[in-house]
Write a new protein. Structure first.
Length: 255
């Protein structure tokens, strides 16, 4: 059932290999989809991809995964049997008819075929892997990068949607009402501050006039008190000292 590969020596990571055996294994594993053909062609050297391909083939076929292929060994027999099957060597021929003693595949209720662990199932798996590898090789190396659409500024989008004239009219109305509102608030603020300043200065004039009724030695202190009260009033600070009076003349030295 199995045909042997014509290997002269053992091929493995720590073996003195024969260059022809290396080329034979690379060609065989390339057919099963376990070795990718380099762009520069095959070389008679036991490189890392070859060892990984042998180990991958052994894993798929349920063999010992040691990356070693001996002449007449299990890996060589299995690989030779797959190469001799019609699905790999003659892919365009009609598929081999199932023999009466071979077990047909079991189809469960969900219509998914059960994995066939026999030689035919393994052959189909190798052929599918080979086809997938060829599809990957035929794809262009340069991939197009999807560019994100540019974000349109809100102003540009608004003008495109409503038109330039409509946007200009809306902005003019907004600016007019905005300026009117700002002017009204400013006038209100100035009016409030003006009323407060008038009150403070009127009070200052009255208190400064009252200082003249005191003795001349108290005149400077009285006017200074009036000035302090005026400044605190303009700044709206409630902690003002009281107006100059007889009590200040009892504790304050003459000025």
């Amino acid at each position: 059932m199995h045909s042997l590969l014509n290997l002269r020596k053992t091929v493995g990571p720590s073996y003195n290999v024969d260059p022809e055996d290396v080329l034979t294994l690379k060609k065989a594993l390339n057919k099963t989809g376990h070795y990718k053909m380099p762009d520069f062609g095959l070389t008679p050297y036991p490189d890392t991809p070859l060892m990984k391909g042998i180990k991958s083939f052994q894993k798929d076929t349920g063999l010992k995964q040691d990356s070693i292929v001996k002449p007449g060994g299990p890996t060589a027999k299995m690989l030779g049997g797959l190469l001799s099957s019609n699905s790999l060597t003659q892919p365009h021929q009609k598929p081999r008819q199932r023999q009466p003693w071979e077990t047909p595949p079991i189809i469960p209720q969900d219509n998914r075929p059960v994995r066939d662990t026999g030689l035919l199932g393994l052959t189909a798996k190798m052929a599918a892997k080979k086809e997938e590898q060829q599809t990957t090789q035929n794809q262009p190396s340069e991939q197009k990068v999807a560019m994100a659409p540019a974000v349109v500024p809100f102003g540009v989008w608004l003008m495109q949607t409503l038109g330039v004239a409509s946007v200009a009219l809306a902005m003019a109305i907004y600016n007019r009402f905005s300026k009117s509102r700002q002017k009204a608030l400013k006038d209100q603020y100035n009016s409030a501050n003006s009323d407060n300043d008038d009150f403070c200065y009127n009070r200052y004039e009255q208190e400064s006039g009252n200082c003249s009724k005191w003795d001349e030695k108290w005149l400077a202190g009285c006017k200074k008190r009036a000035t302090i009260r005026r400044d605190l009033c303009s700044r709206k600070i409630s902690t003002e000292p009281p107006e100059w009076g007889p009590s200040d003349m009892e504790v304050s030295p003459p000025r």
